[in-house]
Structures are given as C-alpha cells and as structure tokens.
Design a protein around this ligand. Sequence first.
Ligand code: NAP
Length: 545
Amino acid sequence: MAIAKVSHSAQPTYDVIIIGAGVCGIYMLHRALELGLNAIVLETGHGPGGTWYWNRYPGARFDSESYSYGYSFSKELLAEWDWSEHFAAQPETLRYLNHVVERFRLRDHMRFDSQVEGAEFIDASNQWRVRLVGGEVFTTRFLITAIGMLSAATLPHYEGMDTFQGESFHTYYWPQRGLNLAGAKVGVVGTGATAVQLIPEVAKEAGHLTVFQRRPNWCAPLHNGPIDAETMRQIKNQYEEIFDRCAQTPGGFLHGPDYRDCDALSAAEKQHFWEELYRSSGFRKWLGNFVKVLIKADANAEYSDFIANKIRQRLNDPQTATKLIPTDHGFGTRRVPLETQYYEAFNRDTVELVDLNETPITRVTALGIQTTARDHPFDIIVYATGFDAITGSFDRIAFEGLNGKTLREKWQAGPRTLLGLQTAGFPNLLTLAGPQSASVGTNFPRGIEDAVDWTADLLSYMRAHELHRVEATEAAEDEWTELVRESYDGMLLSDVKSWFNGYNSNVPGHDGDRYLVYFGGAPEYRQRLAAIAANDYEGFRLSKH
Ligand code: NAP
C-alpha cells in the first residue's frame, strides 16, 4: 500500500501504529481494523510471523499443544484450520499465521522490511512520531508495541568471532535459504530450549557435532505425534472446552497444577504419578505437577532426583549423563526445554559434549572454536545463546516520552509499568506483552488475546468518550511494580539465574535480579484487567488533551 511520508501536521498519518507482525501484532491489527481505525503494522521482517518468521532452525516447534496455541477469536478460523501434529513445527505455524493474515485481509495494512528505530511523543498534539531505519517518519495517535518477548537475540562476546571463515549465526537468524548439514562439522554453543530442539536434528545430519555447554537444563520428553483426521475432528468439537481449560490455568496451558499435598502421599504414590507425568506429552510434567514441586525445596529435590534418574537411563555414558544433569538449580525453576531424543543424541559417536566449566572457550579462530584444552575445527558454528528477554526488544528502539525521557533510561534498573501495558511518562504508548504483564509468562496466544482485547476496548472507550490521551499514573505504576515483585515471593525460581529474572550473561547489568513477569497467574490478571476497565480505567489518567 502507499504510505504517505510525514508531515508534521496536526493530523496524524495513522490512528494506530503497531510495531511487529507476530502473533500479537496480527491480532491487534485485526481488532484495530474491526474498530474502523486507520491502523498499520510496521515489521522488520520480510513477512508476518514474528518469532515463527525468524526461528527457522531445524527442530523449531511448539512446546504448547497446537490446538491450545491457535487464535481463539474466530470460530470460522478454528473450523477451517487443521493441525498436522500435536506440537506443530515452525513451517506449519508460519503457514498458519500467513493464513490468518490473508483470511482477515490484513496484509495490505502491514509494511514489511520496516524496522522502527525510534519513536518520540509530541506532547502538544498527543501523537507519536515514529522513525524507521532509513529515515522515513510517520505519526500516530496510539503506538502499540507487539515486539516479542524473545526477539532480541544475543551473541556471546568471544574474541575472534568475526574471523571465523565458515558460516556462523544465532539460531534466531538461521539462514532462510536453508543449510546443508550433511557431513558437516558443526559446533553449537548453548543448551537452552532452542538448542535442545536443534541438537537432535543436527545430530542426524552432521558429520560431527560438538555441543558447548555452560549450564545444563532439566529437559523432559515432548512426546509429539501426528493428528489424524478423526482426532482433528474431535479437537474441533472440543475447542470450547480447550479454551475454557486454558483460561483456568495459571499459565494459559492445558496443564494446571495438582493441588494435592505431595507430602501426604507415599513414595510409591508419588513415583506412580511422576511416571505417568513423564509418559504424558507437553508441559504436564512441569505445570501439571504438585504445586509444592515449584515452591518447596525438598519436594523439588525429590522430583529433580526422579528426572535425573530418567536422564541417566537414557545415556550410554554415565560421565556424559552426569554433565547433562543440572546441579545449580532444581527442575522447573528455569523454563523447561521439551525434547525429542535430546539425550539419545549424545549416545551417537559423532556427538561430543564439551563442558565449558572444565574447558572454557578461549577464542573463536578462523577455523573453529578454541578451548583451554584444544582446537575444535568447524564448518558451521551455531550460537543458541538466547535473548535479552522481555525488555531487550524495547531497549533496541529509542522511545522518547515526556520531557525527553527515554524508556531505556527509565527501565535501566528494571521495568516499571502498570499491568505491563503502560508506563508513566509515555502517554498513548501501549506495550502488549510488555514486561510485568502476565502475557509473558503464559502460553503466548492465550496471554496476548487478553491484552489485545483489553487494549481494543480501551481504544473504543476513548473514542466513545472523546478522549485523546491515556497514561498510567505513577502511583498505580508503583503499586503494580511492587505486586509483580511480590509475585516472585515463595517461588523457587526467584533465586535462579534465568531469563524470567532478567539474567543474560551477554548483556551488562542483566544479572538476574529483575522482575519481568507477573506470576500471579493469567486468571487473576484477567480479573484485574476487567475490574480496571469496569472502573473507568482506574490507575490510568485519561484526558481530552
Ligand atoms: P536460553 O534458554 O537463554 O539458552 C541460552 C543458552 O546459551 C544457555 O544454555 C546459556 O548458558 C548459553 N549461553 C549464553 N551465553 C553464553 C556464552 N557466552 N557462553 C556459553 N554459553 C552461553 O535461550 P533459548 O534456548 O534460545 O531459549 C529462550 C527461550 O525461548 C526459552 O526459554 C523459551 O521460552 C523460548 N523457546 C520456546 C520454544 C518453544 O516454544 N517451542 C523453543 C525454543 C525457545 P547458561 O544457561 O549458562 O546461561
């Protein structure tokens, strides 16, 4: 579509600019257009899909059941889309999101290859001036971020990384043209959820695979499988129950906690239950476990031992097994990677595990990776080294609010928000799936549907009341930020270095002492959203000017 160049006139180019064409941006655009607003999505990528557009590494797939991940807002969409697997792979999800874009005629309102560099609030006109890399500028009444929680990929800082003569890249930027791994010597740095999906796939193809591990994670089997036509028909008949179930669980998944007191059960009863969990698919062995496993150290240690035994049983070499079993944190206190034959990959002669605690990487050379022990020559180096989670995508855009204050400055010591949806000093900026929302801790589409619907209702309310400006009050923001901090209390994960707490060793100052996720649970969050809306958006300052 033709985009008008700005004009710094009182009339903005758009009512709504949404940054990001991922799961969240797609739905927000749909809702904004339904309201009759003049809306556009600006997207860095060459097509829609966000996380599912970028992450094209082999093995990338849902850890949520496919049918709990699709959008729930359209019965027609649910009726016409068939998932081929219980946990669909990236190409299928990308097809699905493209289908949604076509079906709801959203593509004409999306502009690709358009990376937002900065945005500045113009106090006098209640508008945001949005600047693209390359210099183009637009104005808008409302600026809505849908920029992803795991979209700011981070690389390590090893000396010599730019001198490597083979191919090297972060998993997020896996080459879109594809890559022939057959017979190649491949190095993978990192053992998080991404690497755990990737490694078994690379192991099947590569001539030799070396995995560089700093800290192991507790991984558990995904148990994926195809969905046949009859099963898909049954799923379609059950969508209402499926989404009702998701709406009741803290994480928006099909799996909710088991509230039985595990201390009151015998060892045999627990063992029986945990065996059943281990055989079940998806996140049940994490999120469908006894509540105490996530809040009591002794219950957690017992379950961690159970999982450690499973890991040992799956590995031929006891020393490798020992290295793959975490000792610095208990099961489920970091995001649990779900796997398909991950441990078995290390039973191959062609797969080697390098423990970076024993032999750290000293540098990257033209030919490969050098550790304190030796040189590892590679054709391909893959950095599965994660993301500057949740706030990283905000830090990469220069948001400037009232009085020239930047969001980077404001959030330097950690984010401060109201509901994770707004931050004081930045009127008319709505941060969908922003830090301190519940959306960042849930099955993503379930969380963002709540946030998008709330935001669409707010826009509609403002129009009905001829209001032009919305801003979180500082008092309400202080209260929410404290509530988010308190939501970590009593959870074992609060003491563990992980992205839930803002830990990223490759980003200075991100030492794992930030409160990024509202852990009060999605049902509770949804109630708060509804109550605030019903109370004329209490905590938000709404005005005509
Ligand atoms: P991650 O969990 O942060 O893992 C990054 C890995 O790289 C860790 O093993 C980390 O080691 C290692 N690492 C980082 N910097 C390093 C360095 N300088 N030297 C050596 N090792 C280094 O990132 P991820 O695996 O990309 O996963 C991030 C999140 O994305 C997941 O938790 C999940 O929420 C999401 N994800 C979802 C799916 C899905 O839904 N299907 C799939 C993949 C990912 P340390 O542990 O020692 O820091």
